[in-house]
Unconditional design. Structure first.
Length: 52
C-alpha cells in the first residue's frame, strides 16, 4: 500500500463502458480501479505522481 502526503488530483477515465479507470487517495492510500484495457495507463499515472 502506497502512503503519501503529496497533493493529488483524482484521475478519471470514462471513455466507454469497457474503457474506464479511477484513481484517488483514500486516507493517504493510493486506490485505483479500472478496466483491464486501462491498467497500464493507471500504473503510469501512479508512477508519474509518485516520482514527482
Amino acid at each position: 500500500m502506497w502512503r503519501s502526503r503529496r497533493p493529488f488530483d483524482n484521475y478519471l477515465i470514462e471513455r466507454s463502458e469497457n474503457d474506464w479507470g479511477h484513481c484517488r487517495l483514500e486516507d493517504r492510500n493510493f486506490v485505483a480501479a479500472g478496466s483491464q484495457k486501462d491498467m497500464n495507463e493507471i500504473l503510469e499515472f501512479f508512477k508519474q505522481w509518485a516520482a514527482s
